[in-house]
Design a protein around this ligand. Structure first.
Ligand SMILES: *Cc1c(COP(=O)(O)O)cnc(C)c1O
Length: 390
């Protein structure tokens, strides 16, 4: 009997090591890892620079708490601010924690300017922001909230992609509009640039804050450092996690100076948040992502991958319904049952993960090689060919 609680449905594979885009199972098989620990292993497995940074910091100091100055954190915050809309950063440990912090900041901002009644957050129905109490009620998903009442109040919901629905839900109490710039878990749904610009205009007109959850689509995953850059909109608050730690638990909330002023000493905290070990990793990830050509390469690989997947869609119209994606956040929406399709990919040594709407999610490391994409395409082609035209 396993003493691990059964809140996860785990595949019956375990790994003894990883290298680049590959994982090696304890029974000696090699898998192409195109889920990257759910968009986490930005630079693949056992990246030499990350190993070096971790070991170097491990020999100096791991943890001191936020009662002290942390130069490595000053450094990472500066890098994030230099590369984005943000002026200020709060470090945390996970995506859910980053989102909770973002919600707190939005409410506290309006409190601090004498408008405490502005405290409601407008989110997308059936979205995903993590598993804490506030975040599951922010998601507006029946499945995630069932059995976890009483309801955490303060969240309203609009329909994905529907600007009319969004407008109809705004009231005098709306503090922030909060959604994922490109939705991962919910089925790889990418907002149009037009939609993002319309939302930004509404936020400006009505003096509402814009919080863009870039926990999954951020840190280069979209082909730009942040996915909102494609639409050229400026958010007020951006929670991040996943890719910034490359496998080490690390999250952060980025914000403008205007908003940050409300977060005075004592208003928020996190024991581990921004500890030297996590900061050493985050700094290295930033340096790698901003090396010349890195993000351009993500965009080129994305274009190639999406193009080839669309060819497979033409070849197997009775298997593939739609190819979705931005950068290396890719979804194959299927006409056949997703669970068994993912099992077949796994049997052929390609690891992927599910998303909502019968979508297989594909998240290679951002430094994936073209020949590895070709190998994945070959496996997807083979698995599709198992299905016969009904
Ligand atoms: C994964 C994810 C989260 C939650 O992150 P955790 O680190 O699991 O808490 C929040 N928002 C989005 C968009 C995510 O993809």
């Amino acid at each position: 009997m396993s003493h691990l609680a059964s809140n996860y449905k785990r595949r019956k594979i375990s790994f003894k090591k990883g290298k680049g885009s590959f994982l090696f199972s304890v029974d000696g098989k090699r898998y192409l890892d195109f889920l990257s620990g759910i968009a986490v292993n930005t630079l693949g497995h056992s990246n030499p620079r990350l190993i070096k940074a971790l070991n170097y910091q491990a020999k100096k100091v791991w943890h001191v708490s936020n009662s002290f100055q942390i130069p490595e954190g000053e450094n990472l915050a500066k890098k994030l601010a230099n590369r984005t809309f943000a002026d200020k950063v709060i470090f945390v440990n996970s995506g859910a924690e980053a989102n909770e912090t973002a919600i707190k900041i939005a409410r506290r901002y309006f409190f601090s300017i004498g408008k405490p009644y502005k405290n409601r957050i407008l989110c997308i129905k059936n979205s995903f922001h993590g598993r804490t109490l506030a975040n599951i009620f922010a998601s507006g998903s029946k499945k995630m909230t069932e059995g976890f009442g009483p309801k955490v109040s303060g969240f309203d919901h609009f329909k994905y992609g529907d600007i009319k629905s969004l407008k109809s839900k705004i009231t005098k109490k709306t503090a922030a509009i909060f959604f994922e710039t490109a939705m991962g878990e919910s089925g790889i749904k990418v907002h149009s640039k037009k939609f993002l610009r319309q939302v930004k205009k509404i936020c400006n007109d009505k003096k509402i804050l814009l919080i863009l959850d870039e926990v999954q689509c951020g840190i280069g995953r979209s082909g730009k450092f942040f996915a909102y850059e494609y639409a050229n909109v400026k958010p007020d608050i951006v929670p991040i996690a996943k890719g910034i730690g490359g496998g080490f638990p690390l999250g952060a909330v980025l914000m403008t100076k205007k908003v940050s002023i409300c977060m005075t000493p004592g208003t928020h905290g996190s024991t581990y948040g921004g500890n030297p070990l996590a900061m050493a990793i985050g700094n290295t990830i930033m340096d790698e992502i901003f090396k010349k050509g890195f993000l351009k390469n993500v965009r080129e690989n994305s274009k190639y991958f999406l193009g080839q997947l669309n060819n497979l869609k033409k070849k197997y119209p009775y298997v593939i319904k739609e190819i979705r994606g931005i950068g290396l956040l890719i979804g194959i929406q299927l006409k056949v049952e997703m669970g068994s399709f993912i099992d077949k990919l796994t049997k052929n040594k390609l690891l992927t993960i599910r998303a909502a709407e019968n979508v297989v999610r594909i998240l290679p490391p951002l430094n994936v090689k073209k020949k590895e994409i070709d190998l994945a395409l070959k496996i997807i082609d083979k698995v599709c060919s198992d299905y016969k035209l009904q």
